[in-house]
Design a protein. Structure first.
Lengths: 139, 403
């Protein structure tokens, strides 16, 4: 199955999805180990590291770009981020990690409701276009 | 949409103005593409949030800019950092304080003014109606857009300083007039007299932020004599609970519509705000400390606190976060505060660094933003109250609420 999306930051990645039911701010919302620590967030306690993060959008804090860039540097970031609507601050964190460390975390806008939870996702995001693919045969 | 750059902007991008400017321009252009901007816009000031330490990446980025010879081109204020440079022993974590100081110093080297406050709108020379600016720090963004009518989009760390170095921001989002129109209305008239109490504003802010997300709320029924401190509290809570970067208050803020007839309307009553208070504020009498001044307390708020603490002694640790500029203006009031046992924190804030003792579990605040973030950041539960309730509680050594 192929889902097409808009690239906010390029890159390729593979991982299992984690779906958030509310927007998350990386700053104040996640710790250095990639765990959700926002006590008000429905998925508080979940670890995002190496997962394919599906969430509506970011939220609030300007520092979210710093926190995400630091997680990319420390290898505790999600593998990829798929948003339902564009967000200016999350892809900025990915942009800085690419400038400083040559590490590319893809950030994509796509209607992710059709993505099943129990599967492995692959994303290929270029400057022009993003595709998310997965197999319908789940393990 | 293709991005159009002027000759001067192409020159910055190509490295003709130096490699530091080129790096900054790549970030601004990258953000412009992310935002779908057709062009860049010249800005008249910047407020930089990137001077708060978030790990090695914070230092790596600013050192790249310093090493490449970058300097800011517009008046640039600096947000809070991770340490109090005037009271350096306040921060318990020496490593964090050292990294924080290194970062703050590097941003000053780039030409930022060492203001170290999250409330740059309390300083002189604030931007005017219609000015294009690049401000980061969510509460500063929402205040500049809503109360001053200046124009800034929501900018993340890194973009803020890159905008300062290039004097450019993407012409997108709230830089454009069409994006500044209200999307949803809140009729606050049922709140009646409660709107004359300061506690109404952090609660209302948290409530509208939770409902609208990144939408643009329009409030009606707010008294015309609402203070800038009230609007600060409202905006800060709305920005942290949602992604609010602009709100309008009919009859108060400069770009507010005359009528809300064409918008969906939520009605806010006392019960709604009581529920917000229950969600943000834990119950029970135990209390370990009090922390007020998030965003940084204004001169008026510091003076009012000095009046409130003059009297019977405080029995709990009491922290006031404010800017070094406001502290300098306080004169004798500063001595009143310090004699009463108030620890005045500048350059930083109690919930973004290691100032409070790790054994403290319940801390009272007058800030909706502090109540929202402190549990995740510094592992405390928050109790929300007015400034007077905070002082009464510190005197009693337990939570004392008026109602």
């Amino acid at each position: 199955v192929i889902l097409h999306g808009l690239t906010l930051h390029p890159g390729t990645a593979t991982g299992r999805p984690i779906r958030l039911t509310a927007p998350l701010s990386f700053w104040g919302g996640t710790d250095a180990d990639g765990r959700i620590v926002d006590a008000h967030h429905p998925q508080c306690g979940a670890v995002l590291t190496s997962r394919f993060l599906l969430m509506e959008s970011g939220r609030g804090s300007s520092s979210a770009s710093s926190v995400l860039a630091e997680q990319i540097r420390a290898r505790t970031a999600p593998a990829a981020i798929v948003l339902a609507r564009s967000d200016p601050i999350i892809p900025l964190g990915a942009l800085i990690a690419a400038e400083l460390y040559d590490l590319f975390l893809p950030v994509v806008v796509a209607p992710y409701d059709t993505i099943p939870d129990d599967t492995v996702l692959h994303v290929a995001a270029t400057a022009d276009h993003a595709t998310i693919t997965w197999s319908t045969f789940t393990s | 949409m293709p991005l159009h750059l002027t000759a001067a902007e192409e020159q910055m991008l190509s490295g003709q103005d130096g490699e530091g400017v080129a790096l900054a321009m790549r970030v601004v252009v990258g953000q412009a593409r992310i935002s779908g901007a057709p062009r860049l816009v010249e800005i008249t000031s910047a407020h930089v949030d990137s001077c708060l330490y978030h790990g090695q990446v914070s230092l790596d980025f600013v050192h790249s800019l310093v090493d490449l010879g970058a300097k800011v081109r517009v008046p640039t204020t600096l947000n809070v950092g991770s340490t109090d440079l005037i009271h350096p022993t306040l921060v318990r974590d020496r490593q964090l304080a050292k990294a924080g100081r290194e970062l703050m110093t590097a941003y000053a080297e780039l030409g930022g003014t060492p203001t170290f406050t999250c409330a740059p709108y309390q300083l002189p020379n604030r931007p005017a109606l219609g000015e294009h600016i690049a401000w980061a720090e969510s509460n500063a963004i929402v205040f500049a857009n809503s109360v001053l009518g200046a124009r800034t989009d929501r900018y993340g760390d890194f973009l803020d300083v890159c905008a300062a170095i290039t004097a450019r921001a993407p012409y997108a989002g709230l830089q454009t007039p069409e994006a500044r129109v209200g999307t949803v209305a809140f009729d606050c008239r049922p709140l009646g007299d409660f709107l004359h109490s300061e506690l109404a504003y952090p609660l209302l802010g948290h409530h509208i932020g939770s409902i609208v997300g990144a939408g643009i709320p329009v409030l009606t029924g707010i008294p015309a004599d609402v203070t800038e401190d009230d609007l600060k509290a409202l905006g800060a809570a709305a920005a942290s609970a949602g992604g609010v970067a602009l709100f309008h208050v009919v009859g108060v803020t400069p770009e507010a519509p005359v009528s809300i007839d064409d918008l969906p309307v939520y009605t806010v009553d006392l019960r709604t705000l009581q529920e917000v208070r229950r969600a943000l504020s834990s119950t029970g009498p135990e209390l370990d400390a009090v922390s007020v001044g998030t965003p940084h307390a204004s001169y008026d708020e510091c003076v009012r606190l000095a009046e409130l603490v003059a009297g019977p002694p405080l029995h709990l640790p009491f922290y006031l976060s404010t800017s070094r500029a406001t502290r300098d203006r306080l004169g004798e009031k500063l001595q009143v505060l310090e004699r009463a046992g108030v620890t005045v924190v500048v350059d930083t804030c109690t919930y973004v660094t290691a100032i409070l003792q790790p054994t403290w579990k319940r801390v009272m605040t007058n800030s909706g933003k502090w109540a929202h973030y402190a549990p995740g950041n510094i592992n405390v539960t928050a109790v929300l109250g007015s400034l007077a309730e905070c002082v009464a509680s510190a005197r009693a050594g337990r939570v004392v609420l008026d109602s």
